[in-house]
Unconditional design. Sequence first.
Length: 304
Amino acid sequence: MTEPALGTAMLTGGALANGPRLLAPGALANSGVAAPNSGPPVLVIEQPGAGAPPFVIDATPRMPSVVCRARVTGIVPDPTPTTAFDWLIEIIEPQRRGTCASAGVLCGYQEYGRAVVGGSWQPGLAEIRGGEARIRASATVGGTRVEAETRVTIIGTNPSRAAVRALCGGAATDIARIACHESGMEQFGGNGFPKLGPGGDTGIMQLCNPAASCDERWNWKANVDRGIALFNQHKGAARQHLNAHTIDGKWPNDKGMTKEQMLQREAIKRFNGGQYWTWDATNSMWLAQPPGDYTDKVLAASCP
């Protein structure tokens, strides 16, 4: 078969973003030669077989062990032990439509094993990726090129809420409350694919704009880390917003809230979009005028 460019990459708009990378876990060996009176060679992928249950990314997160095994049939004696096989695993996450930037990200992974002798191969799976996986093997046997292909699914496992709370810095933190409200602290839906909101918001933190990367779609820790970073950015912007109008070093407001309470509400609202406080120049005070009740829902969220 003719091989495409080799590599591991995030695909955006269907194009490989990174340069090629070749993995060669095996050594070259002579291909099998048909014995007299043998029939035409046929290549069969015995493992994973058709209809195999999904492979599962665990809650660590860590990629599953995918052991591949092929065999040449129709030849006597069996040439499989001395045949050099070329392998490919290609993982693609089906794309979903939505209004979020995250919905426009197409994630994939490719890994090749070249001239792997003996019919067995285990890809390294160096990146946390899931989706529909195509596994292909090919070899030249007695001058005949033979190929076989099988398809499996790789899905994700949700971490425990305790693990999510710990990464957020504790249950009482604003980021933990956001994670609770946004997704129930779940990275994956019932089908084991990234949990998506109506617009394509992704994972525990329901990342929307900027787009969730492929790591942030399949690695729950990366998703939470990005959420924390975004919240801290919004908190800095919230402080700058409120510092635009101070009186005696304070932020006068119509709710009698402390500066800490005001900053908390402004930062939470900005995580979702918009602002919580509006300056009233006539009365020289900040007015609580958030569009919607997102902030209240976050502050009331509880995921024991």
